[in-house]
Design a protein. Sequence first.
Length: 273
Amino acid sequence: MPVAIVTGAASGIGLALTKHFLEAGWKVTMADMNVEAGTKLAAELGPSAFFKKADVSSWDDQAALFRETFEKFGSIDYVAANAGIDDRQLLYEDVYETVDGVQVPVKPNLKTIEVDLNGPIYSLWLAVFYFRRNPAGKKGKVVITASNAGLYPFPTNPQYASCKHAIVGLVRSVAPIFIKENITVNCICPAFVETNLAPKDLLRRMPREHVTPMSTVLRAFQSFADDDALTGQAAECSLGDIFYRPVLPYPNESERWMFEESHKIWEAGYNQS
Ligand SMILES: NC(=O)c1ccc[n+]([C@@H]2O[C@H](COP(=O)([O-])OP(=O)(O)OC[C@H]3O[C@@H](n4cnc5c(N)ncnc54)[C@H](O)[C@@H]3O)[C@@H](O)[C@H]2O)c1
């Protein structure tokens, strides 16, 4: 049976995905910072669920998470790099301190970037390392939880939107390379889903007809488990539908050539084989 790592597994999408995989007979390492909820949930979910405390923005935590999972279960087949947070510093604020009577800027809080972008990159890096060491050459799948805010501007949470856009660019960029090793890398871009991410007041205000059911998001995760040909995809999940979004159309022939036919030139220039 496949082995999955799910980050942000103590709540919302990560918890729903954990239950989904366990119901299918998978083994799941549930990673989260919330030790109390994670420990309790894993105990309730049974012996195929294993909780490991990990802050995804910490390399050491993620390295230990992957190592322990591989040693415990003997392989890692599917990594859902799902943990995420909203903005912790609004970029529109005028934040300063006064030093010797002069207003000086304060370093912005970029925790969102550390969790929502560095975190998935650590997960991808570690996933590939262990996939390459899976028994009998079995390779694996990485699915990162981006957002519909990775496809459209999102003024209330610009740091979040930056990370989610970056994730879409990341999976589209690495997928053509990793597929040569039978490793697929995709992301999902859910619209608004009822979880603990958004403030309670926002949940109360959001019209029900614009809330995407968890079942759509789970179908997208499952599609990447089922279909080995799906890679480099951004699966927009809205209401009952999944849209595998194409890249932007090229505005001229040169741009098409640059991204579809010039790889050998770039690889030679960067000395990559
Ligand atoms: N809910 C939505 O509407 C929505 C829409 C699009 C994308 N997403 C994305 O879905 C993912 C999951 O969010 P959710 O909606 O289920 O939220 P949630 O708040 O219900 O769950 C997130 C979980 O991640 C954990 N977490 C937070 N920071 C962490 C860290 N540094 N290391 C490890 N775990 C951490 C939290 O403890 C929590 O258990 C996020 O990446 C989010 O950006 C959510």
